[in-house]
Design a protein around this ligand. Structure first.
Ligand code: TYC
Length: 99
């Protein structure tokens, strides 16, 4: 059997394992705690208890992990956070990092 080229190996690997991205919420001084909890429940599908814990972690440590997603889903979640926050007049931001 022919030996696979590096490119073929890379293609197989990347097809089997799409990269994942950590999505973090960032702290700020203006967004209300309840609003952040609502974002975590509505966009990241957390329970009320999970959402409260993540919100408090962000509040104390400046950022907190909301979930791990493929690139497009991570990007969509971040857009949804920023849109909902902006519509309500809050500066809440989210970021993503490769796993
Ligand atoms: N620090 C904000 C406050 O005291 C609450 C907050 C929590 C804001 C988490 C953003 O991602 C955040 N109202």
């Amino acid at each position: 059997m022919a030996t696979k080229t590096d490119l073929e190996i890379e293609e197989i690997t990347s097809l089997q394992y799409p990269k994942k991205y950590f999505v973090y919420l960032l702290n700020d001084d203006y967004t209300p705690m309840d609003f952040v909890v609502d974002i975590l429940m509505s966009i990241f599908h957390k329970t009320y208890e999970e959402a409260q814990n993540i919100m408090l972690e962000v509040h104390k440590k400046e950022r907190g992990l909301c979930g791990i997603y493929t690139y497009e889903i991570a990007e969509t979640k971040i857009r949804q956070v920023i849109r909902k926050a902006k519509d309500n007049g809050f500066p809440l931001k989210a970021t993503m990092e490769e796993e």
